[in-house]
Ligand binder design. Structure first.
Ligand code: ATP
Length: 194
């Protein structure tokens, strides 16, 4: 039976931190594929205006093109509203029985603030990516016991830094795929502070 990974985020832009860790989790968890799902508006980032969903999904498409174990879905973008993982996962459950929800450690710390986290964990296995060499132990909640922690490579790349680098005229080589870099420059993304 197929097992898929769902990897949600703003992906503003998709970067090597996402891609390398996704590839690694795909191998470690023996997933058939990983589906990247950009949010229309992230429930966790309502204080920041993201690039348009069209740009974010276009960059995602460029990044996963030709990679057989990566895919994307525009399900949350089409809703044109705040999407919650529980609703997205419920929609995928009719097509896939085994779903692993992939999140970064920073998201696990605030997992108790997600919509219906207990319900959500009845539908998926939570799989957590490392973000730092040494994570803060004091911030644990009850969901830590239910999560699987994967020894993915530590890639210290963040969307915030990439946007900042573009704004200040610094190179973003190696931080995003070449095609994503070309897209960012062609469409003048991240030139102004959001
Ligand atoms: P920003 O700086 O804009 O908040 P981000 O890259 O951290 O950007 P998202 O694009 O929303 O944020 O990330 C989507 C998911 O990927 C989240 O679960 C986040 O924890 C995880 N993630 C992002 N970057 C990395 C990375 N370098 N290594 C592992 N996980 C990551």
């Amino acid at each position: 039976m197929k097992t898929i990974g769902i990897y949600g985020g703003t992906f503003d832009p998709i970067h090597t931190g996402h891609l390398i860790t996704a590839q690694s989790v795909c191998e470690i968890r023996k997933l058939d594929k990983i589906i990247f799902i950009p949010s229309f508006i992230s429930p966790h980032k309502t204080d920041r205006i993201s690039s348009s969903p069209k740009h974010r999904i276009n960059m995602l498409k460029l990044a996963v093109k030709g990679i057989p174990y990566f895919d994307y879905s525009d399900i949350e973008i089409k809703k044109k509203n705040i999407s919650y993982s529980i609703d997205t996962i419920q929609a995928f459950k009719s097509s896939y029985k085994n779903i692993e929800l992939i999140i970064g450690y920073d998201n696990l710390i605030v997992f108790d603030k997600w919509k219906n986290p207990d319900e959500l964990l009845k539908l998926v296995q939570l799989v957590v990516l490392r973000r730092k060499a040494k994570e803060e132990k004091s911030q644990q909640n009850k969901y830590f016991k239910k999560a699987i922690f994967v020894e993915t490579p530590l890639i210290d790349v963040r969307g915030t830094d990439i946007r900042q680098r573009v704004r200040s005229g610094k190179s973003i080589n190696f931080l995003v795929p070449q095609k994503v870099k070309a897209y960012i420059y062609k469409h003048n993304l991240y030139k102004e502070k959001a």
